[in-house]
Design a protein around this ligand. Structure first.
Ligand SMILES: [Zn+2]
Ligand SMILES: [Zn+2]
Length: 177
C-alpha cells in the first residue's frame, strides 16, 4: 500500500549528486472543471482511494533535481456529446527540472525549499493530458439537436420532417383531386 502524499520532501531523500530514487505514492487529485462541470480523476484499480503514481527523483550534478511523474487515471464525468457517464483513461508522463539560482526556466513552480507540491503538479499534468472533448466513446453520436433524443439509442434513421409549409399542403390537396 503506497503512502498518500499531497507534498513530498525531496531533501529528506538525502540523495547525493547523480543519485536517483523511484517512489510509488498515492496522490489526491482535485477535480477538473470543464464548463463548470466537475470531472474527477479516479484510480483505475477499485481498491485505491487516491491515484497511484510513480515519481522518479534524480539529484543533478551541481545541485537541483530532475523529476518525472507518471500515472494513469480515469477522467470521470458526463460525456460532452450525450451527457451519459464517461471515463476515458488518461496517461500522464510529465517532467520537471528544479535548479534554483539558474534562471526562472530552471525553477519548477512545484518545488519550494526542496518540497515538491505533488498534488498541484499531478492535477496540472492531468489537465494537460486530458482530451479537449471528454466522450463516453470515440464514435458517440450525441443528442438530436431538435428533440434531444440520444442518437446512440434511436439510431441513424432518426430524422425530423421539416415543418410542412401550409401552401404546399394546399397544393397537394389540389393535385389529389
Ligand atoms: Zn456519449
Ligand atoms: Zn430528434
Amino acid at each position: 500500500m503506497a503512502a498518500t502524499a499531497h507534498e513530498f520532501d525531496l531533501g529528506a531523500l538525502r540523495l547525493g549528486s547523480g543519485e536517483g530514487r523511484r517512489l510509488r505514492l498515492e496522490v489526491p487529485i482535485e477535480p477538473l472543471l470543464f464548463a463548470g462541470e466537475p470531472y474527477r480523476a479516479e484510480p483505475l484499480a477499485d481498491d485505491a482511494a487516491n491515484v497511484p503514481v510513480v515519481l522518479d527523483v534524480s539529484r543533478m550534478m551541481g545541485g537541483g533535481y530532475a523529476l518525472r511523474l507518471s500515472f494513469s487515471a480515469a477522467l470521470s464525468g458526463p460525456c460532452m456529446r450525450c451527457l451519459k457517464p464517461a471515463e476515458p483513461t488518461i496517461d500522464v508522463d510529465a517532467r520537471e527540472v528544479d535548479r534554483p539560482g539558474e534562471g526562472e526556466e530552471l525553477e519548477s513552480p512545484y518545488v519550494h525549499d526542496e518540497v515538491l507540491d505533488l498534488a498541484a503538479w499531478a492535477r496540472d499534468a492531468f489537465a494537460l493530458a486530458a482530451p479537449v472533448k471528454v466522450l463516453c466513446r470515440e464514435e458517440c453520436a450525441g443528442l438530436c439537436p431538435i428533440c434531444a433524443a440520444d442518437l446512440n439509442d434511436v439510431g441513424p434513421d432518426h430524422v425530423h420532417e421539416a415543418a410542412p409549409d401550409p401552401r404546399w399542403a394546399k397544393l397537394r390537396e389540389l393535385k389529389l383531386e
